[in-house]
Each structure stands twice: as structure tokens, then as C-alpha cells.
Ligand binder design. Structure first.
Ligand SMILES: [Zn+2]
Ligand SMILES: [Zn+2]
Length: 119
């Protein structure tokens, strides 16, 4: 038996009205930016009020200093390689044999395509 589709009102990237499933736009000024704090919102679609609790998640970017850049190719052919250690962006024409060579072979290694390309 196929499970009925339903909307989960928990943990969304924008508030969804629990009465009419309307996904709110322009809500940034109406919500709290304190974890677990509630704000009252009014649905612009059905005009009912509901409360919205803020959940905060964290993500981290770390940047180091490196002698040999570990380059990973960007998502498109136009986008540069990005060093996975120091976040330097390097265009193909800066690499050895390129038009505006800036890096020699012993200054970088290419560690493969981006994870997105592998999928
Ligand atoms: Zn609504
Ligand atoms: Zn680097």
C-alpha cells in the first residue's frame, strides 16, 4: 500500500502554514533568530495565525595554509579548481602548460572531480 504524501512541518528551510500548506515567502523579519524561540506568524494565503519555532543548525568551513594545493575541479567546465585546504581558486590556464602558468606540477595535485560530479 502506498503511503499518503504529507507535509512535514518540522525543520523546514522556510515556515509552512499548518492549515493550508502554504510555504511562506518574505518571512525573514517575522521569525526569531534565537534557537527554540517562538514567533507568531500570519499566513498570507489563508490568514490564519500559527506559531513558528526557530531551529538553528551549524555548518563549518575550515581554511588552512598549504605548500601543495590539493585541487578539486568545480562543477562546470568554466569553473576553476578549488584547493581543498586553503580555498584558493585556480583556473586551468594557471596550471602547468597553461597560457598564464602560475603553478608548476610540484605546487599542486589534482585530487579528482567534485563529489557532485561522481554521483
Ligand atoms: Zn495558510
Ligand atoms: Zn592550497
Amino acid at each position: 500500500m502506498k503511503r499518503k504524501d504529507y507535509i512535514d512541518y518540522h525543520g523546514n528551510t522556510s515556515p509552512i502554514c499548518p492549515y493550508c500548506d502554504h510555504k511562506l515567502e518574505d518571512w525573514h523579519e517575522d521569525v526569531s533568530y534565537i534557537e527554540d524561540e517562538q514567533a507568531q506568524l500570519t499566513c498570507p494565503n489563508c490568514e490564519k495565525e500559527f506559531s513558528c519555532k526557530t531551529l538553528i543548525s551549524h555548518s563549518y568551513t575550515t581554511v588552512g595554509d598549504c605548500k601543495v594545493h590539493k585541487l578539486r575541479k568545480g562543477y562546470t567546465s568554466a569553473s576553476p579548481y578549488t584547493c581543498q585546504v586553503c580555498a584558493t581558486e585556480v583556473y586551468e590556464f594557471f596550471l602547468e602548460g597553461g597560457k598564464y602558468q602560475k603553478y608548476t606540477k610540484d605546487q599542486y595535485e589534482i585530487i579528482g572531480p567534485s563529489e557532485e560530479e561522481v554521483i
